[in-house]
Ligand binder design. Structure first.
Ligand code: MN
Length: 380
């Protein structure tokens, strides 16, 4: 993977905003686009210009913001959709149509031939207008592979720059993903973007499997926001590439937590404490054995450093804490704790945590100390 040019395509502003119940204000859309650009995202799918109104205004504003990233508009294979994208000033368009029989028959109520005719006409039009074109195969993962290859060949012939392989309902696993992407790469000389959904919790794994098989564009969203269970997450993909595959895309990863918090607030979607890469629990240690290890050398229980993603290490004092954590905490307060006192205090701490059903705040710990040992005399 190291020698290949991998590109991150963020669709927080399109697929992310399509999440049921999510709507961004125009100024939030522009703010998020600026964040993505600063992070290092190569292409920003900014929205759906043909919706008109605020959506179109927001996309125009993003195009005028002077960002380094390519700005893409999303379109059906309809000329007036693409004309709306052109009016916004984007440099790239996604042209999207379903390739699975279930979608063609029940949703579009059309034929495979109709799909090919329309996508080819739209791609040719967009290319004539000088756009970079991603031809999206919606529901690619449930499409007949022979027809998908036919579709890929047709869009390539029409001038498309890449194929977006969509696992629209998130039913792939990494092994099948590899087989499918290898097959397309073998049969058609066209770049591929992975667009994976998280319905079975495998969006990021599937995106990376696609890359391993030869795809070089990766569609993502901040914190995995997106339809239903969401998409592969920007921070997961970038950090996996860096730490699991040794591919450093040069992203400002130290902004990940801040951007995750912003998108979480703007979308009204909670950022879970256990969220991979950016959750507040990523560097929180409570259990005695883990905290002891992390205090001696953080690498014993952390895959990367908190600073790298804008988080902080936290030793929590709770039911599962041990004496090493207690001594380290009290050292922070300037109160030296002997082994004997630490043992004694630990029993009180545990009982307290069980009765409160939560860890203790710093102040509570000090009060607890004072209750049993009196005011610390030799405070440093
Ligand atoms: Mn999607």
């Amino acid at each position: 993977m190291k020698d290949r040019k991998l590109m991150i395509v963020d669709t927080t502003l399109r697929d992310g905003e399509q999440t049921a119940g999510v709507v961004f204000a125009n100024r939030e859309k522009v703010r998020i686009a600026k964040f993505l650009d600063e992070l290092g995202v190569h292409q920003i799918e900014a929205g759906v210009p043909t919706m008109g109104g605020d959506e179109k205004e927001a996309i125009k504003a993003i195009c005028k913001a002077g960002l380094k990233a390519s700005i893409m508009g999303w379109n059906r294979p309809v000329i007036k959709d693409i004309e709306s994208s052109l009016e916004c000033g984007v440099d790239a368009v996604a042209i999207s149509i379903s390739t699975s029989d279930i979608h063609i028959k029940y949703k579009l109520q059309q034929t495979r031939e109709w799909v090919l005719e329309n996508v080819v006409r739209a791609v040719e039009f967009a290319k004539k207008e000088g756009m970079y074109v991603s031809a999206n195969a919606e529901d690619a993962s449930r499409s007949d592979m022979d027809f998908l290859i036919e579709y890929a060949r047709a869009v390539k012939e029409a001038g498309a720059d890449r194929l977006r392989y969509c696992d629209t309902v998130g039913i792939l696993d990494p092994f099948i993903t590899m087989e499918n992407i290898e097959r397309i790469r073998r049969d058609v000389d066209l770049e591929i973007e992975m667009h994976t959904h998280n319905d079975f919790g495998m969006a990021t794994a599937n995106a990376l499997a696609g890359v391993k098989a030869g795809a070089n564009y990766i569609g993502v969203t901040v914190i995995g926001l997106g339809e239903r269970a969401g998409n592969s997450a920007l921070e997961e993909v970038v950090m996996s590439l860096k730490h699991l595959y040794g591919v450093d895309l040069g992203f400002k990863t130290e902004m990940f937590r801040e951007v995750a918090e912003y998108v979480s607030r703007a979308s009204g979607r909670e950022l879970p404490a256990w969220k991979a890469i950016v959750g507040s629990n990523m560097f929180a240690h409570e259990s005695g054995i883990h905290a002891d290890g992390a205090l001696k050398n953080p690498k014993t229980y952390e895959a990367f450093t908190p600073e790298e993603v804008g988080l902080e290490r936290q030793i929590m004092i709770g039911k599962h804490s041990g004496t090493a954590s207690l001594k380290s905490k009290f050292a922070e307060y300037g109160i030296p704790l002997s082994d004997h006192k630490a043992q004694e205090l630990l029993a009180k701490v545990r009982a307290h945590c069980v009765s409160l059903k939560r860890p203790l705040f710093d102040k509570e710990l000090v009060y607890l100390y004072e209750d049993y040992f009196g005011k610390p005399q030799n405070r440093l």
